[in-house]
Design a protein around this ligand. Structure first.
Ligand SMILES: [Zn+2]
Length: 623
């Protein structure tokens, strides 16, 4: 995830996208246009399903979804499985741990035996042919875009967290009947098709489609929709704060118009932004995205608004990059374990690159704002030690570890984020292609080619080698140095590549602090605590690690104000004495302070560009 939680998959089966289904007992004026929509009806032409789910939620106060599965898969045994992860969020999750009250009966209602050979698997012994009924509850207490949540005001379902699967049914159709909590207005928002004439009943051509289609229900608000290329776009949210709805949707329309113009074709029939409430992160889907949306805060300052638009542009552009333009490893998925790829620096990193370009080209931020975004990415990457250890391809592959993007504790010092290095690699690749082709081709052309060739024609993802080949073919020249920057820790020659696009980047090292200890501190209640020790800082070099409480600073009772005041009077070579406490043990340490040096990576247009630089800059930065 990111500000985004990213993700995901897609294959030929995904072409038959569902349309947004909204049904209300009380029609709102905004909803009327959708009530007459009918989904693409490929499902009815295919074989009937062996997997029919019904979901109820009358125990919303206890955060319990009730799931009933009617299963007609042949065989003497069934191995029902809960997903170990959900596409878009590359972490192992404990969905199985939320399952309660599992029971299974035969067609006559007699209980069947079952056991659990492993954490995620329910092994059922059938005694006679015919349908079985599986019943279970799911405790839904995590209000997060990659999980399931339920209370008396809303229900949000990441389908991988609710619906068990059978290996032999993964590529077969499935139906879901959704019965919203009776106190709600009966609205169900999802990207799945409906089955006409059946109450809140949805269909998916296979489990990849189902697991890509979240559900949002409850006390929701529908913002005024818009169309782009005659495709309806909706924004449906829970507890949306006060802001100008129409102005926001007008801006959102600009984001969709600008983002879709990069590829040219809009592949879905309908798109919905599902705003699940305050929080962090978003997950992309083929014709929807789930967002944690704190709109009120997002509109209170230009900087916050720009961040919000970047975030939304990111999740939106993912419906191309990662959902359809994708590495071959990212679909069809194995839901039982990690699905590794070396290419999240493209799938995520280039999506960050395009979020900036989309927001800029849509007129929602200035060129200087965009330069600041790239600058922040370069500082995050270059001024931390992980860039000495881990390449962008390794970071992509290793993202499945514990913690955010697989990084915990001191691993932050040995790892990088592809959300930082990826967009800068995207910029350098784009500028290289533009430079090599006299600005006749760009990264946009590569993305279009990948979309049409691999997604539409070949109906598959691309390998690393194919991606590189297509980039180099578009540029008309090999680009070994750039791809080495992705697969190794070789220091990038930023000035050379930025200059192709008429930009300066300041790589001079400057002193940013004359007295540096390397401690990140925070007051928690009345205690000053060390939250992190910077790598190879003076504090690091005396083997300070982990979370200490600071009791005293140069003999004075420790507060953040005291610490900062004392540090203000110090310079390189001076020392500071700290009284520390960890796990009940007191310890005094003395840290000899040093100067802290960093590069600013400030970006600015070249003052006297040549004709090609000027042309590239102008076509890249937008009006
Ligand atoms: Zn993302």
């Amino acid at each position: 995830m990111f500000a985004c939680i990213t993700g995901l998959k897609c294959c030929g089966g995904f072409i038959n996208l569902g349309k947004l289904y909204i049904q209300m007992k009380i029609a709102s004026r905004f909803l009327l246009p959708f009530l007459i929509l009918t989904g693409y009806n490929a499902f009815a032409q295919r074989k009937t399903t062996n997997m029919q789910y019904a979901v109820s939620m009358e125990n919303a106060a206890a955060h319990l979804y009730h799931v009933e599965l009617t299963n007609t898969t042949p065989g003497n045994t069934l191995d029902l499985k809960m997903c170990a992860w959900t596409p878009g969020y590359y972490q192992i999750l404990d969905f199985a741990g939320a399952v309660q009250d599992f029971t299974v009966t035969d067609k006559d209602g007699a209980a069947l035996k079952w056991n659990k050979p492993s954490k995620n698997v329910w092994h059922v012994y059938k005694t006679k042919p015919g349908a079985v009924k599986v019943s279970y509850n799911v405790k839904a207490v995590v209000p997060f875009v990659g999980n399931v949540y339920l209370d008396e005001t809303r229900g949000y379902i990441t389908p991988g967290g609710l619906f068990m699967y059978l290996d032999q049914e993964l590529r077969n159709p499935v139906t879901i009947q959704m019965m919203p909590y009776s106190k709600w207005n009966n609205l169900v928002a999802t990207g799945l098709d409906t089955i006409p004439g059946k109450y809140h009943t949805f269909k998916a051509d296979d489990f990849d489609v189902l697991y890509d289609s979240p559900f949002l229900m409850g006390q929701l608000e529908v913002l005024p929709p818009f169309t782009v290329q005659n495709k309806p776009h909706n924004f449906i949210g829970y507890q949306l704060p006060a802001f100008d709805r129409q102005a926001f949707m007008d801006d959102l329309k600009k984001i969709v118009e600008t983002g879709s113009a990069i590829i040219g074709e809009i592949p879905y029939t309908h798109y919905t932004f599902l705003s699940i409430g305050a929080g962090g992160g978003g997950i992309e889907h083929l014709n929807s995205t789930s967002l944690s949306f704190s709109g009120g805060e997002g509109f209170n300052s230009p900087e916050a608004r720009k961040k919000l638009y970047n975030f939304i542009a990111h999740e939106y552009f993912h419906h191309y990059n990662v959902k359809r333009i994708r590495p071959i490893e990212l679909g069809p998925f194995d839901y039982s374990k990690e699905n590794h790829t070396n290419m999240l620096w493209v799938s995520e990193g280039f999506t960050v690159y395009y979020e900036y370009l989309i927001t800029r080209r849509a007129g929602l931020m200035t060129a200087e704002d965009m330069f600041g975004d790239f600058q922040a990415n370069m500082q995050n990457y270059e001024n931390k030690p992980g860039h000495l250890y881990q390449s962008a391809t390794q970071a992509s592959y290793d993202t499945w570890g514990d913690g955010p993007n697989g990084r915990v504790n001191d691993e932050f010092n040995k790892t990088i984020s592809y959300y930082d290095k990826g967009p800068v690699l995207g910029l350098m690749l784009d500028f290289n292609i533009r430079h090599a082709t006299q600005n006749k081709k760009s990264l946009d052309d590569v993305m279009r080619l990948l979309y049409y060739k691999y997604y539409k024609q070949l109906k598959r993802g691309f390998t690393e080698q194919e991606f590189r080949n297509e980039c180099e073919k578009m540029a008309g020249t090999p680009m070994p140095e750039l791809f080495e920057y992705a697969s190794t820790v070789k220091p990038p020659d930023y000035p050379k590549y930025f200059a192709y696009g008429g930009l300066n980047v300041d790589t001079a090292t400057t002193v940013v602090s004359n007295a540096w200890a390397g401690l990140n501190l925070r007051m928690q209640r009345d205690t000053l605590r060390i939250t992190a020790v910077e790598y190879q800082s003076p504090a690091w070099n005396i083997n300070l690690r982990g979370r200490y409480s600071i009791l005293s600073v140069d003999g004075a009772p420790a507060t953040l104000t005291t610490f900062n005041k004392i540090m203000e009077g110090k310079k390189e070579g001076d020392s500071i004495k700290l009284g520390l406490l960890k796990a009940g043990v007191k310890q005094d340490v003395t840290i000899t302070l040093a100067k802290k040096r960093e590069k600013s990576f400030k970006i600015s247009p070249i003052t006297a560009p040549d004709a090609l630089q000027a042309a590239i800059y102008k076509s890249w930065v937008g009006k």
